[in-house]
Ligand binder design. Structure first.
Ligand code: FAD
Length: 403
């Protein structure tokens, strides 16, 4: 057990940073988290946590708290055409743990993780922006307010525009995918707890329920010729969103009518980095492998990274061996996930005869083999990086196995 009493600094109190902080603290490390924001807050958006992500949340003892937020369990993904007519329905009952696919409000997940990290003894320091990290056996961390720190290990969980990653790798320029996405949360309706995907030429909408169905999350994607910034927090007007989807039928349009607070961002494709650590500096989550949202796995991959990193650091006192092992365990799975997400975009946006063909194919697949699609993703959702290990007493574990 070699995490005990190690002095570990995590940069970023996002989903990956808080998960690794709790996992490390439960294994006996002295963990400090530096977060640039002056409060733990999250953007207003939903997030899907699939069984592979929930397996880690269970192992670090927060499953019950997550379920208590009123997160609906996903029943099915329903594919619809531009007018809202159903093309296919893919139930999640084909998964090994069908009740473990949850729709969460991001703010609820962050609150649960932050409370759990503090409860495990993690010191979360807010308003602390890291400006530079110098790698080495004893890395130097320089903050914007002039403070410098020298922990035994730095974990960079500082997201898409990671500063810590600059100490590890030379980032390649990402390229614009030709798509922009709006996100919004609207009041819920009486639909069942299903995710819906509306497909039209050059655009699609994904929507799912949140908070016991009182709210609905919307992500609407449109193809565009150019875009400049990669940021999640740029505001846009509801009118612009409605105009972009005005050719859709009344059902999806009614959904967008309820949208008020809108954010827009450009979708960029990144290559998964070949190098995830240097000296005693290591990176995880979006800092090392940002992914497109078409598989809803960015957070789940960060959560899985967090578990594997903490476990490997605990398995050996040789940090280099631990970090090599973390990278090699994670690399293939992360690459496959990122590539699958990238491949999904075109399928949702077809027009003309191709769309007819794919829609017909989906109709047939949805009727004849309703659980085939969900089983196709068994490699993703049924994988459990914890291998059944748990860091907390079993009492809080879920025993649910069916819908
Ligand atoms: P982040 O969550 O981005 O956290 C980084 C943290 O680091 C932030 O708190 C930031 O303030 C802090 N930070 C940054 N720089 C510094 C610095 N220099 N000093 C100190 N602190 C710093 N994934 C899913 O699995 N399922 C989904 O359904 C899903 N839906 C999504 C929907 C949208 C609209 C978007 C944009 C993404 C979605 N994702 C989803 C992806 C997922 O949200 C990200 O992959 C995930 O949040 C990455 O976690 P992270 O901890 O690596 O980074």
């Amino acid at each position: 057990m070699s995490c005990r009493n190690r002095d570990i600094l995590v940069v970023g109190a996002g989903i990956g940073g808080l998960t690794v902080a709790r996992a490390l603290a439960l294994r006996g490390a002295n963990v400090t988290v530096l977060e640039q924001a002056d409060a733990i807050r999250e953007v207003g958006a939903g997030i899907q946590i699939s069984p592979n992500g929930l397996a880690v949340l269970r192992a670090i003892g927060v499953e019950e708290a997550v379920r208590n937020t009123g997160a609906p369990v996903a029943k099915a993904l329903v594919l619809r055409d531009r007018n809202g007519r159903g093309l296919a329905r893919f139930p999640f009952s084909g998964l090994k743990r069908p009740r473990d696919y949850l729709f969460l409000h991001r703010a609820d997940l962050i609150d649960v993780l932050a409370d759990a990290a503090r409860e495990a003894g993690v010191n979360i320091r807010l308003g602390k922006r890291v400006e530079k990290v110098e790698p080495g056996g004893r890395p130097q961390v320089h903050l914007a307010d002039g403070e410098s720190l020298s922990p035994e290990l730095v974990v960079g969980a500082d997201g898409l525009h990671s500063v810590v990653s600059q100490a590890v790798l030379r980032r390649e320029e990402p390229f614009f995918t030709g798509q922009v996405a709006w996100r919004a949360i609207v009041t819920g309706d009486d639909r069942p707890f299903e995710a819906e995907l509306y497909m039209a030429p050059g655009r699609h909408i994904v929507t799912y329920p949140l908070c016991d169905g009182r709210l609905r999350n919307i992500v609407a994607v449109e193809e565009r010729a150019d875009w400049t910034t990669e940021s999640w927090s740029r505001k846009d007007s509801p009118q612009a969103l409605r105009a972009a989807f005005s050719s859709l039928g009344s059902r999806p349009r009614a959904l967008l009518e309820r949208a008020e607070n809108i954010n827009i961002w450009g979708l960029f494709r990144h290559r998964v980095a070949d190098k995830w650590h240097a000296g005693h500096v290591v990176i995880l989550g979006d800092a090392v492998h940002p992914t497109l949202p078409f598989l809803a796995q960015g957070a789940c991959m960060a959560i899985e990274d967090a578990w594997v990193l903490a476990k490997k650091l605990d398995d050996t006192s040789d940090t280099r061996t631990a970090l090599d092992s973390y990278q090699s365990i994670r690399m293939a799975r992360v690459k496959k996930t990122v590539h699958t997400a990238s491949g999904n975009a075109w399928r949702f946006h077809l027009g003309g005869p191709l769309a007819l063909g794919v829609n017909l194919g989906m109709r047939v697949a949805g009727v004849a083999y309703p659980s085939v699609m969900t089983r196709t993703f068994s490699w993703l959702y049924d994988h459990d990086v914890t291998e059944g290990e748990t860091l907390v007493p079993q009492a809080s574990r879920s025993t649910q196995t069916g819908t």
